[in-house]
Design a protein around this ligand. Structure first.
Ligand SMILES: Cc1ncc(COP(=O)(O)O)c(C=O)c1O
Length: 302
C-alpha cells in the first residue's frame, strides 16, 4: 500500500537546528553530513494519546548509534527532548503522529568525507507528521525475498540506526517491481534478517521465533513484542530462520513503530498458514492493553 499525502500535514512546523519553521521554509546546508554521505542517525517515534512510546529506548539507540559513529558535540538528551516536545506543542499534536528524529554529524567546513571537517557540532531535525500506522493490519501484507542481503557487522553493523538506507531501499525497489508490500532481506548465510523496514517473526506450534539480532536492526517494537510474549507465557525464541521455516510457519508477522504489528499473509507467492493470524491478533491485544505503561508525556524526561 503506497502512503498518500495527508492534507493535515500541509502546514507542519518542523525543528531544524534550533529553529521551528514551516515545512516550506525548512532547510539544511548542502554541506551537512547527511547530504554529503548519509552521515546521520535517526529514530522513528510514535505519539499515542498517552504520550510517546518507549522514548527512553529510542533515545538510547539514537545516542548509542551516534557514539558508535564517533559523532562529536552531540546535543544533550535533555535538549533533544525539549526540542521534541516543543515541536509537538507548536503543531498541536496529541496522537496519531509519527516523528522522524534525525541527528546528523553536522555541517562541514568544506565538502569531504573526513569527520574532522565537521567543526560546528551536530545537526538536529525533527519532522512530526500526522500518520496513523501505515499498513492495514487487519488485512496484512505480501512480501517477496530480495536478492539484496542485509548488512552484517562484516560491512556496516545493522545495530547502528543510520541514514545510509540504500541497502534497504534497493530491497524495497524489488518489492515494488514485484507488486508486493515489502521485501525480506536475508543475512550473509541465507537466513532471514528482517524486512526492508521492519523486523520479522514466525509462529510454529505455539512458539514465536525471530532472527537473532545479527543482521537486523534490534527494533524497539521487536524487543517489546518479545517481552509481551514472555510476560504472557508464550514461548519465544531467537533462532536462525531459513526460507523453508518461514514458508511453512503457521503465521508470519512484522513489527515496527511505523506500522505496529502486521500479519504477513504471503511470502514469495506461498500463502502463510490458514490466514487466521491468531497469535499476532493476541499479541496486538496485549500491545494495546499494555502500551500506555511505556508512553511518556511532555512533563516527563527520560
Ligand atoms: C530496517 C528497520 N528494521 C526494523 C525497524 C523497526 O524498528 P522499531 O521497532 O524500533 O521501529 C526499522 C525502523 O526504523 C528499520 O528501519
Amino acid at each position: 500500500m503506497l502512503q498518500q499525502f495527508d492534507p493535515r500535514n500541509k502546514e507542519l512546523k518542523l525543528y531544524v537546528n534550533g529553529e521551528i519553521v514551516h515545512r516550506d521554509q525548512a532547510k539544511i546546508s548542502v554541506f551537512d553530513s547527511v547530504v554529503q554521505g548519509g552521515d546521520a542517525v535517526w529514530e522513528g517515534l510514535r505519539l499515542y494519546p498517552e504520550g510517546i512510546i518507549w522514548l527512553d529506548r529510542h533515545l538510547d539507540r539514537l545516542f548509542d548509534s551516534a557514539h558508535a559513529l564517533a559523532f562529536e558535540n552531540v546535543p544533550t538528551r535533555e535538549s533533544v527532548q525539549d526540542a521534541l516536545w516543543e515541536t509537538l506543542e507548536v503543531n498541536n499534536m496529541d496522537k496519531d503522529v509519527h516523528i522522524r528524529l534525525t541527528l546528523t554529524r553536522g555541517e562541514k567546513i568544506t565538502s569531504g568525507m573526513d569527520p574532522r571537517l565537521n567543526q560546528m557540532g551536530c545537526g538536529l531535525i525533527i519532522v512530526p507528521e500526522w500518520k496513523p500506522p501505515v499498513y492495514d493490519n487487519s488485512k496484512g501484507i505480501k512480501v517477496i525475498t530480495s536478492t539484496i542481503r542485509r548488512n552484517s557487522p562484516l560491512f556496516l553493523d545493522s545495530k547502528i540506526h543510520h541514514n545510509n538506507l540504500l541497502n534497504n531501499i534497493q530491497a524495497k525497489i524489488q518489492s515494488n517491481v514485484a507488486g508486493v508490500d515489502a521485501a525480506l532481506q536475508l543475512d550473509k548465510d541465507g537466513f532471514a534478517a528482517e524486512l526492508n523496514g521492519t523486523n520479522i517473526f514466525a509462529v510454529k506450534d505455539g512458539t514465536i521465533y525471530t532472527p537473532y539480532a545479527k543482521a537486523c536492526l534490534p527494533g524497539i517494537t521487536r524487543g517489546y513484542v518479545m517481552e509481551l510474549a514472555r510476560a504472557n507465557n508464550i514461548r519465544m525464541k531467537e533462532d536462525d530462520l531459513s526460507l523453508t521455516t518461514l514458508y511453512t510457519a503457521d503465521e508470519l508477522f512484522c513489527t515496527g513503530t511505523m506500522g505496529e504489528l502486521t500479519p504477513i499473509v504471503e511470502l514469495d507467492g506461498r500463502k502463510i498458514g490458514n490466514g487466521k493470524n491468531w497469535m499476532v491478533t493476541q499479541l496486538n491485544g496485549y500491545f494495546v492493553q499494555d502500551r500506555s505503561e511505556h508512553c511518556v508525556d511532555a512533563k516527563t524526561r527520560v
